[in-house]
Write a protein that binds this ligand. Structure first.
Ligand SMILES: NC(=O)c1ccc[n+]([C@@H]2O[C@H](COP(=O)([O-])OP(=O)(O)OC[C@H]3O[C@@H](n4cnc5c(N)ncnc54)[C@H](O)[C@@H]3O)[C@@H](O)[C@H]2O)c1
Ligand SMILES: O=C(O)C[C@H](O)C(=O)O
Length: 307
């Protein structure tokens, strides 16, 4: 059995542990900075096992040494935004948390593949890689799978069809500058532009870009966690079972899509070695322009990072 560590046992961390347990893809260690939180929540998830029928070990702890030898580490530690905030407002406070967590990962799980979830996502993923010094193929962020799933969900709702038959693709930064790709979005193989008029697609794209904020505005004191946990679970599963799924993820770019030295959402092949390949798609001129704007935003933010 693989050993999977989830750092941070708040909303995202707990939903992720539950999802990974249900998938039965590894034994799990969940940690939190607040004493007792991970222990209590782990116990709660363990007590659901007889009902849900999963058979994995789950340890809750505030002792980082318990992550020793983990094969995969999910970083869900950090502050979530509240109503009225943008993800970038979290940069300073969460960079400090990423630094601390990364140092522990380096110490106790130096061979792990690391999936960063903490916001602002693309910048925190960059910070994770800088602080661990790990090869870039084994440090990446969860974003595009969530954004694509949201786009797919909105398309299914609009067409009144099963979400299962929608395959959507959203790239770029996990924020206002994300780039939805309708031409690579299909319903059972039929391209989206053949199914919906341009202005409807535009409306669904706008809702997708704003989807995290839409939830924050309802919740007021926190952000989404069920769909993020579903996406993280699928990414972990693809690694553990070497599925080589093609999933959009925040990946280190080295010339792909005309960008270099930063993390941004692109389709990748995800297998036992982490990111095995970045897939380059042809973008329209305006999509390539939007992608570059996304990259410029990330570049400027990286300059403000203090690690
Ligand atoms: N990438 C995405 O798509 C995505 C989606 C949802 C949430 N997020 C981000 O994930 C992060 C967590 O969100 P949440 O809703 O679970 O927040 P939350 O407040 O419910 O939980 C965060 C947990 O992290 C813990 N923590 C803080 N510092 C820590 C440290 N140094 N070590 C271990 N644990 C620590 C806190 O005690 C808390 O329990 C936020 O930054 C949020 O913005 C990202
Ligand atoms: O919106 C947030 O702050 C959390 C997350 O990034 C999301 O998109 O739901």
């Amino acid at each position: 059995m693989k050993k999977i560590a989830v750092i941070g046992s708040g909303n995202v961390g707990c939903a992720t542990v539950q999802r990974i347990a249900e998938l039965e893809i590894g034994n799990i260690v969940m940690t939190d900075a607040t004493e007792g939180v991970a222990k209590g929540k782990a116990l709660d998830i363990i007590e659901a096992a007889p009902v849900l029928g999963y058979d994995v070990e789950i340890l809750g702890t505030s002792d980082y040494s318990d992550i020793e030898g983990s094969d995969i580490v999910v970083i869900a530690a950090g502050v979530a935004r509240k109503k009225g905030m943008v993800r970038d407002d979290l940069m300073k406070v969460n960079a400090n948390i990423i630094k601390e967590v990364s140092e522990k990962i380096l110490l106790y799980a130096p061979d792990a593949i690391v999936i960063t979830v903490t916001n602002p996502l693309d910048i925190m993923t960059y910070a994770t890689q800088k602080c661990t010094g790990f090869d870039t193929n084994r440090v990446f962020g969860m974003s595009g799978m969530l954004d694509s799933s949201r786009f797919a969900a909105f398309i299914a709702m609009e067409l009144g069809i099963s979400a299962k038959d929608v395959s959507a693709l959203v790239l770029g930064g996990h924020g206002d500058s994300m780039v939805a790709l309708p031409q690579y979005t299909t319903v059972s193989g039929v391209p989206l532009p053949e199914l919906l008029p341009e202005d409807t697609i535009e409306r669904l794209v706008k809702r997708t870009v704003n989807a995290g904020t839409e939830i924050v505005e309802y919740l007021k004191t926190g952000s989404s966690f069920f769909a993020p946990a579903a996406a993280i679970g699928s990414m972990v599963e693809s690694i553990v079972n070497d599925q080589k799924r093609v999933i959009p993820a925040s990946s280190y770019l080295q010339g792909e899509y005309g960008e270099d030295g930063l993390y941004l959402g692109v389709p990748v092949i995800l297998g036992k070695n982490g990111i095995e390949k970045v897939i380059e798609l042809e973008l329209t001129e305006s999509q390539q322009q939007a992608f570059s704007i996304s990259a410029d935003h990330i570049r400027k933010s990286i300059l403000k990072l203090q690690l």
